[in-house]
Ligand binder design. Structure first.
Ligand code: ATP
Ligand code: MG
Length: 374
């Protein structure tokens, strides 16, 4: 590990902090093609200072820079031990790669990312992603699922949420509807409950997804409205879902303000061909470390990642077997992502969405592309 310096082509170059910029500058100036490329990189900048050399080295040359308590690296770079730096207390600063396009440097987006964005866009607001669509089709195919109560928001409630006039929301009327529906469907409200909307939870503020008693609902809903109203913009309705809160028989540390890092899986399945397209660790180490915003969450995650990876390696063959047997019994069409949480005994089917708008679908496409090119 470096205290300060540069990692290029997997090789560590120890430097003093104040030497880093001049090292890059000298390197660039020793190669005419890089001189030209650096000039293009800084074109259009109001003030060009030598600080740009560092950004250039990371975005264009793909080098990694260790400086102070920070480490700057190009997204996707696997040539240094990210976890080691993270655990040593460094702040990881990810930068997107830049490539030349029509004589200008632009952010590189790989073709698969572009494809996923296009496919996902078309399905993102599909009614099929609502829990009321997929839950009845998968509740009785042999997997454990949380006991579930679905309530529709009225048009008026939905309007209030979308217009962010949350203080106009009639919580009493909603609670009354929930109590009536629960009585009708024999749903026990008097226990730990998991709250979500039909299309999504508010997991980044996990405290808002957990309640013990309906009296906490108004408070939790405010956090939901705040977190999700933008997501509802293109929808015509929304549903409020209360579920049995799944307890695990093991303990995990928490991120996202209270979300335990439980062992979870994301399975991709094609219901037209009954083919399992892939099975992934919901907490993919690389992805999480690259994307967690809070340093505290990153440290907690780094600490837990080996456990998550071990569980994934040990358990995924069993889930794969079970999924291949049971998923074909669901009356669904198309490709889907199906999320399972391991409670210590069972794989609990907790969430689904169309594959094309699900995170990690790019991994499925990458795998297929690699197979084609073999
Ligand atoms: N019934 C439950 N009991 C306890 N925890 C749950 C329950 N359902 C979901 N969770 C936890 O909350 C997380 C988010 O829930 P869920 O998958 O329903 O929402 P989501 O916002 O659609 O998530 P994603 O973005 O992964 O699709 C899950 O990954 C799981 O850790
Ligand atoms: Mg989901």
């Amino acid at each position: 590990m470096l205290i300060a310096g540069i990692i290029k082509d997997g090789k560590e170059i120890e430097l003093k902090e104040e030497e880093i910029i001049s090292y890059i500058k000298e390197y660039v100036n020793s190669k005419p093609e890089l001189v030209e490329s650096y000039e293009i990189f800084t074109q259009g900048q109001m003030i060009v200072s030598d600080d740009f050399y560092e950004e250039y080295a990371v975005r264009v040359l793909g080098w990694t820079i260790v400086e102070g308590t920070r480490i700057y690296y190009q997204e996707g770079n696997k040539q240094f031990d990210k976890m080691a730096y993270l655990l040593a207390g460094y702040n990881l600063e990810k930068m997107k790669p830049y490539v030349l396009e029509n004589g200008r440097y632009v952010q590189y987006i790989n073709p698969i990312e572009r494809e996923v964005e296009k496919l996902g866009f078309e399905l993102a607001n599909s009614k099929e992603n609502e829990l009321s669509f997929w839950y009845p089709k998968t509740a009785n195919i042999g997997f454990k699922t949380p006991d579930t109560l679905i309530t529709q928001f009225t048009d008026e409630e939905f309007r209030v949420i979308k217009s962010t006039k949350f203080d106009e929301f009639n919580h009493e009327a909603l609670q009354k509807r929930i109590i009536d529906a629960a009585a009708k469907e024999n749903f026990n409200l008097d226990r730990d409950l998991f709250l979500r909307f039909g299309c999504s939870s508010n997991k980044f503020f996990f405290g808002s997804c957990h309640l013990n008693g309906l009296e906490f609902l108004p408070n939790r809903l405010l956090a939901f409205f705040d977190g999700l109203y933008e997501k509802l913009e293109w929808r015509e309705s929304a549903e409020l879902v209360l579920r049995e809160f799944i307890q695990t028989n093991y303990y995990r540390r928490q991120i996202y303000h209270g979300m335990p890092l439980n062992t979870e899986f994301r399975v991709f399945f094609d219901f037209d061909t009954n083919e399992l397209l892939g099975i992934y660790n919901y907490w993919d180490t690389e992805t999480m470390i690259d994307n967690l915003h809070s340093k505290a969450d990153r440290m907690t995650f780094a600490d837990t990642a080996p456990l998550l990876e071990r569980d994934f390696d040990v358990l995924s063959p069993y889930l794969e077997d079970e999924a291949k047997k049971k998923l074909p019994n669901a009356n669904l069409k198309g490709k889907w992502s199906i999320d399972f949480m391991y409670d210590g005994n069972n794989f609990v089917l907790i969430d689904m969405a169309r594959a094309e708008c699900s995170y990690y679908y790019e991994k499925v496409l990458e795998k297929q592309l690699a197979l084609q090119n073999k």
